[in-house]
Design a protein around this ligand. Structure first.
Ligand SMILES: NC(=O)c1ccc[n+]([C@@H]2O[C@H](COP(=O)([O-])OP(=O)(O)OC[C@H]3O[C@@H](n4cnc5c(N)ncnc54)[C@H](O)[C@@H]3O)[C@@H](O)[C@H]2O)c1
Length: 500
C-alpha cells in the first residue's frame, strides 16, 4: 500500500514531478487543488475571492480527510500551504509519506512566472509576494524531511531522485516488480507462500515474518559453502512436501545466499514459480536482491549455474540489519562503495564518513546504493553491455573468495578485488594514482581488506579467474575504475599483469 504526499512551496514542481513518479510507480495521481475545485464547482482564485482563505483551508481539510478515508493507494500533490494547519499535517503524516520539494527563490520565481494565473496568493507583484511568502513559511517548510532540492534539474531527474529518497521503484526491464524500502508488511495476494530462510536469520526474524505472512517456512544452513546444488535440491523437495504448485510463491528472507538459492529454486520448480525477496543483509538490500540474477556455485567457481528470474517484489526493511553481525555489515559496504565508484561520487564520499556514520544512516545508504544498481539494470537487464560495470572488483574478488574457501566474506573478497583491479588500472594508465588511493582509503576506513592474503596461492586465483563466468574465450573482461563515478570494460589477456 503506497501513499505519498508531495508538498512544498508554490511552483516547486509538486505536480509535474509528482505525475512522473506516480506514472513510474503505477499509482493514481491526485492533484488536491484540482479535486477541491471540482468538489466546489469553482476555481481556487474564485474560492479565495468569494469565500476567503480560511474557507479554502476548510475545503483542503475535508478533501484530505476524504482521500485518506476512501483511497488506498495514491500520490498526492498538495497545495503550497496545505499543511500549515496542524490538523492537515497530522492527517497527511498518518496517511502516508510526505516528501518536501524545495528550491531557491529564483527557481520558484522563474517557474511561477510561466503560470501567472494559477496562484491567487501571488497575483500582482509576483517576486516580492513570493519572497514574502517564502520568508513567512521558511521554518514551516524546513520542518519536513525528507526534502528534495529541485533546482537546475529536469522533472525526470527530480522524479528519479524523489523515488530514491522515498525508497520506491518499479523495475520493468526484466518483468515488472516493485522495490520498496520500508517496514515489512503483509504483501497482498501471495498465493500459498512458503518462507525460505537460513538458520541465523531465522533465529532472529522468522517468527515475526511467519506471523505476518501466515506462512510455513523451511530453514537452510547458513553460509556460502551451502550455496550449492544440494541445498537447491533440498529446497525443491521441501516445495513439493509443502504442496507448492505453479501458482505458489517463495518468500526469501535472508542475505544474498538465501535470495540467490531461493530465486533459482523458484525459477526452476515447475518451470518457474513466483518469489519475493525480503533481504536481511546490507549486501542483499544494496545489490543481491535486485536484478533477477539467481543461482548457485560449483566447486570450480561461483554462480556458474543460474537463471535470470526476478522477484515479484523486494521489500527492504533496514531494521532487520540491527541483528546483522558487524563483519557482515562491513562486508555489505564493499558493494556500496562499488556502487559509488561506478556512478555515484556523492555516495562514495558518504562512505568516507566511516562505519559509525553508516550505522546511523543505514536507510540512506541502502536507498542510494540501490538506486545505482537499479539505473544500471534497467538500462541493460541481461548484461549485454553496461551491466558488466557491476562486476567491478568481482573478477578478482570471486576468485579470491573461492580460493579462500569462503573464509573471506563476499564483500571482503570484492573489496580486495576492487583494490587489486584499481591498482592494475593505474599500472596500465586507465586511472590515476589518486583514484586508487581514494578507493583504498575508503575501503580501509570501513575496515575492509585491500590486499590478497598471503596464504592464498596466486596461481590458484589466476586459474579461478579464468573459470569465472565473466571470461570470454581468449581474454578475461574487467570492469576497471577510470575515476570515481566511472568505470570502463577492458579485456586482459595476461592475468599475471593483473596480479603481479
Ligand atoms: N544475485 C546477485 O545479483 C548478487 C549480487 C551480489 C551478491 N550476490 C551473492 O550474495 C551472496 C552474499 O550475500 P550476503 O553477504 O548477504 O551473504 P549471506 O546470505 O551468506 O549472509 C551473510 C551472513 O549473515 C547472516 N545474516 C543474514 N541476515 C542476518 C540478519 N539480519 N541478522 C543476523 N544474521 C544475518 C547469514 O546467516 C550469513 O551467515 C554471495 O553468494 C554473492 O554471490 C548475488
Amino acid at each position: 500500500m503506497t501513499r505519498i504526499f508531495f508538498y512544498g512551496p508554490p511552483a516547486s514542481g509538486k505536480t509535474s514531478v509528482g505525475r512522473i513518479v506516480a506514472q513510474n510507480l503505477r499509482l493514481p495521481f491526485v492533484d488536491l487543488d484540482r479535486r477541491i475545485e471540482s468538489d466546489a464547482g469553482m476555481s481556487i482564485p474564485q474560492i479565495m475571492a468569494q469565500r476567503g482563505e480560511s474557507a479554502f483551508r476548510d475545503l483542503e481539510t475535508s478533501a484530505l480527510k476524504a482521500l485518506i478515508e476512501n483511497e488506498s493507494e495514491y500520490l498526492v500533490a498538495l497545495g503550497g500551504g496545505a499543511l500549515l494547519r496542524e490538523e492537515n499535517r497530522a492527517l497527511a503524516e498518518s496517511g502516508g509519506k510526505i516528501l518536501l520539494l524545495d528550491a531557491d527563490l529564483q527557481t520558484l520565481f522563474e517557474r511561477a512566472q510561466r503560470q501567472p494565473n494559477e496562484r491567487p496568493l501571488l497575483t500582482g507583484e509576483l517576486k516580492s509576494k513570493l519572497e514574502a511568502l517564502m520568508k513567512k513559511r521558511a521554518a514551516h517548510y524546513a520542518s519536513f524531511a525528507p526534502r528534495l532540492r529541485v533546482d537546475g534539474k529536469s522533472a525526470k531527474q527530480n522524479a528519479f531522485e524523489a523515488q530514491v529518497l522515498l525508497g520506491r521503484h518499479r523495475l520493468s526491464a526484466m518483468g515488472a516488480y516493485d522495490v520498496i524500502v520500508d517496514s515489512l508488511f503483509k504483501i497482498p495476494n501471495l498465493n500459498n507462500p512458503l518462507i525460505v530462510s537460513d538458520e541465523n536469520v531465522a533465529a532472529h526474524h522468522l517468527e515475526k515474518v511467519q506471523n505476518l505472512f501466515g506462512a510455513k517456512a523451511v530453514v537452510i544452513p547458513a553460509g556460502e559453502e551451502h550455496k550449492n546444488l544440494q541445498t537447491v535440491s533440498r529446497l525443491w523437495k521441501s516445495f513439493l512436501e509443502n504442496g507448492l504448485d505453479r501458482k505458489s510463491t517463495v518468500v526469501a528472507l535472508g542475505g544474498g545466499v538465501v535470495s540467490d538459492l531461493s530465486g533459482f529454486a523458484a525459477a526452476t520448480y515447475m518451470r518457474g514459480i513466483d518469489w519475493v525477496a525480503l533481504p536481511s543483509t546490507l549486501l542483499a538490500m544494496a545489490d543481491a536482491s535486485l536484478g533477477g540474477k539467481t543461482g548457485f556455485d560449483l566447486p570450480e567457481g561461483k554462480n556458474l549455474i543460474g537463471a535470470f528470474h526476478p522477484p515479484k517484489v523486494v521489500v527492504a526493511d533496514v531494521r532487520l540489519l540491527q541483528t546483522l553481525p558487524e563483519r557482515e555489515l562491513i562486508s555489505g559496504m564493499a558493494e556500496v562503495v562499488k556502487h559509488g565508484i561506478i556512478s555515484d561520487p556523492e555516495l562514495f564520499e558518504l562512505c568516507n564518513n566511516g562505519l559509525d556514520w553508516v550505522k546511523d544512516n543505514l536507510e540512506e545508504v541502502v536507498k542510494r546504493a540501490m538506486a545505482v544498481k537499479i539505473k544500471v539494470i534497467e538500462e541493460d537487464p541481461y548484461e549485454k553491455g553496461i551491466r558488466a560495470a557491476l562486476n567491478l572488483g568481482h573478477t578478482v574478488g570471486h576468485a579470491v573468495e573461492l580460493v579462500s574457501q569462503f573464509e573471506l566474506r563476499h564483500g571482503e573478497a570484492i573489496a580486495i578485488g576492487m583494490a587489486v583491479e584499481a591498482r592494475y588500472a593505474a599500472r596500465i594508465g586507465r586511472t590515476s594514482p589518486s583514484a586508487v588511493e581514494a578507493i583504498e582509503s575508503a575501503l580501509t576506513n570501513l575496515g575492509l581488506p585491500i590486499r590478497i592474503p598471503e596464504n592464498l596461492a596466486r596461481e590458484e586465483i589466476i586459474r579461478a579467474m579464468r573459470v569465472d563466468k565473466k571470461k570470454s574465450a581468449a581474454s578475461v573482461r574487467f570492469a576497471l575504475p577510470v575515476e570515481i563515478g566511472k568505470v570502463e570494460l577492458v579485456e586482459a589477456e595476461n592475468l599475471d599483469e593483473v596480479i603481479p
